[in-house]
Design a protein around this ligand. Structure first.
Ligand code: ADP
Ligand code: MG
Length: 601
């Protein structure tokens, strides 16, 4: 038998894993109570306070007290029972769980009652219950999460990371309930103020004004399911993932499978490594869902996944095809789509010109040129990096005795006979042997070391942009960017917080070519998030790694001998590190002795 309080705490840990779990449960309760105004207030990323205030129907005195009682979990007495809970779901467990692992203050009043109720709970025990004069509705404040479970408390991540989870939960609730006014205040600052409206308005409030003319409506009703929502026009696709939401029966779900269906619908319309915004609602008979849901209730199994996939793909394709107006686009149309009204109608001059001025058409007609421009831009960037004044323009034989930090053969490197192999490797003759380096891995190492050596006295020089670029990020990305600004300054990026999730990029590193800064920043954030699962890395370390990945010359890029010489020289100067920051090998090497031995000479 497990002692009661232990069982309670363990069960609570299943429901409330982090501040964001409480945010989700409290917001959902407020909406279940019929509120149309809900305020979320947090302090210290929810670690010291998560409070939700609503104008819903409120609770009677008895209901208020009962709300913290355990239902299903009161039956837990053995460890095995906990595994049962995993599959049963948690109806009626959220408040009881919160009360087991935090200090809770509840204020609630029904419209029909003259006085409300005030309750304080700690360690699942009601400490105070008294009548109180309060407005209609409910306010629940959860303080000092895990104050009585230090192991759990220590397990929480940094504030920016916990805040990101909270923002995510908030956005999901906000998208699923556009008819509800929502405000979100973090440490006294209002991060979101979302007026009541329709889904389109909600999306624009959340993800930015640039969507106001760039949303494609998706609406497909069938006997089996209905799909509705919006996708971003192809020109809004970004290098960073995020802003992609599926809801099944108004509940947020994660589904890599359905994500794939949407990406298939966008195929050929957007570059391969970019992602469109989508917010899509699937409504279907709950009987068509597998009831064995994941405990966090974010994963879901459809009775027939393939059908849902096919519907999803065609609904999005259909929407994109209607929006594109003209059938002249170079993507293969589904036989079903070819039958559509918009595709079948004869082309008139008006329709033609509408099609040509549509941003989709522009994306198409510019696509190939964009590729050209991009690769040329990269090449310029690459050149300018190595033509920067601090690197010797053409190292000759006499200049190659570089200070080695690594006990590596001091044999002379033959800079005149470098050979690029497969557009990815550089063969470097050295003495009577050679080494072979991987251009991208090696360049990542060079940049990484350069970034590491940066400090207040020794910054990477910046060049002012002629026209500062303003980038608008998602609120979650903006929070992250705000944290990174001081370190990015040292690395030559001058960013200024413009408010409303936007930043002005005033200057970039002096040795980077202007152009595509937006892409660079977005990729950098994406990379940074990729590393964020590794809690052992400091944020500086993550920044160095993501920026070096981001700026490094790519494998597959043909290099001129001048560029090869500069890379090899910089790599030698860096001390020939054997591994790149991402843990890949930088080079292999054979001395003449090793070669002779191999060939039996
Ligand atoms: P569940 O939502 O699954 O019923 P919870 O533990 O989240 O379980 O809530 C317990 C009960 O407390 C709810 O069923 C509801 O009756 C009441 N309750 C919780 N939050 C509110 C609220 N904001 N307004 C009115 N009633 C609430
Ligand atoms: Mg609930």
């Amino acid at each position: 038998m497990l002692p009661d309080h232990i069982a309670n705490q363990i069960a609570a840990g299943e429901v409330i894993q982090r501040p964001a779990s409480a945010v989700k449960e409290l917001l959902e309760n407020a909406i279940d109570a019929g509120a149309d105004e809900v305020r979320l207030i947090i302090k210290d990323a929810g670690k010291s306070l998560v409070q939700v205030v609503d104008n819903g129907k409120g609770m009677s005195e008895t209901d208020a007290r009962m709300a913290f009682e355990r239902h299903a979990t009161s039956k837990i007495s053995r460890i095995e029972d906990l595994f049962q809970i995993r599959t049963m779901g948690f109806r009626g467990e959220a408040l009881a769980s919160i009360a087991a692992v935090a200090q809770v203050e509840l204020k609630t009043k029904r419209r029909e009652d003259t006085a409300g109720t005030y309750i304080e709970v700690e360690n699942s025990k009601v400490l105070v219950q008294e009548p109180a004069g309060i407005p209609d509705g409910t306010s629940i404040a959860m303080k000092n999460l895990f104050f009585n479970v230090p192991a759990r408390r220590n397990f929480l991540k940094s504030n920016p990371s916990e805040l990101k989870h909270i923002v995510e939960e908030f956005i999901r609730v906000a998208l699923a309930n556009p008819q509800v006014f929502l405000s979100f205040i973090s440490n006294g600052q209002e991060l979101y103020h979302l007026e009541k409206g329709n889904l389109k308005q909600r999306i624009i409030q959340l993800f930015g004004n640039n969507y106001s003319t760039r949303l494609v409506s998706v609406q497909e009703d069938t006997d089996y399911l209905n799909i509705r929502g919006f996708v971003g026009k192809p020109d809004t696709a970004r290098k960073t993932r995020g802003d992609q939401y599926f809801f099944v029966n108004n509940r947020y779900i994660k589904s890599p499978y359905l994500h794939h269906a949407v990406m298939r619908a966008f195929e050929q319309l957007i570059p391969a490594d970019s992602f469109p915004m989508y917010t899509l609602f699937i409504d279907l008979d709950p009987a068509r869902l597998d009831i064995n849901v994941h405990p966090t209730k974010q994963e879901i199994k459809f009775e027939d996944e393939k059908i849902v996939y096919a519907f999803m793909q065609s609904a999005v394709k259909h929407a994109l095809a209607q929006f594109s107006v003209s059938p002249t686009l170079d993507f293969e149309l589904d036989p079903t789509i070819e039958k559509l009204d918009a595709v079948q109608k004869p082309r008139t001059p008006e329709r033609e010109s509408a099609a040509v001025s549509s941003s989709l058409f522009k994306t198409f007609s510019q696509r190939n040129q964009a590729h050209l421009i991009e690769s040329e831009g990269e090449l310029k960037h690459w050149r300018s990096f190595f033509e920067a004044p601090e690197t010797s323009p053409t190292p000759s034989q006499s200049e190659i005795s570089l200070p080695f930090k690594h006990p590596i053969s001091q044999d002379a490197v033959d800079f005149e006979n470098l050979v690029q192999i497969g557009d990815a490797y550089i063969l470097v003759p050295r003495g009577k042997g050679f080494f072979l380096l991987h251009q991208q891995n090696a360049h990542e190492s060079v940049l990484y070391q350069r970034f590491r050596n940066v400090n207040n006295e020794n910054r990477i020089p910046s060049q002012q942009s002629m026209f500062p670029l303003v980038v608008e990020l998602s609120p979650a990305d903006a929070l992250l960017m705000g944290e990174l600004i001081p370190d990015m300054m040292l690395l030559g990026y001058q960013l200024e917080d413009f408010g409303k999730n936007s930043f002005a990029l005033q200057a970039i590193p002096a040795d980077l070519q202007e152009g595509n800064e937006k892409g660079v920043l977005e990729n950098m954030l994406e990379q940074f998030k990729h590393f964020s699962s590794d809690i052992n890395l400091t944020s500086r370390e993550k920044l160095w790694r993501s920026l070096s990945c981001q700026q490094a010359i790519r494998a597959g890029k043909k290099l001129e001998s001048q560029e090869m010489r500069s890379l090899v020289s910089a790599f030698l100067e860096a001390g020939m590190p054997s591994q790149s920051p991402s843990g890949r090998s930088n080079f292999l090497s054979y001395t003449s002795t090793e070669l002779d031995k191999y060939f039996g000479r």
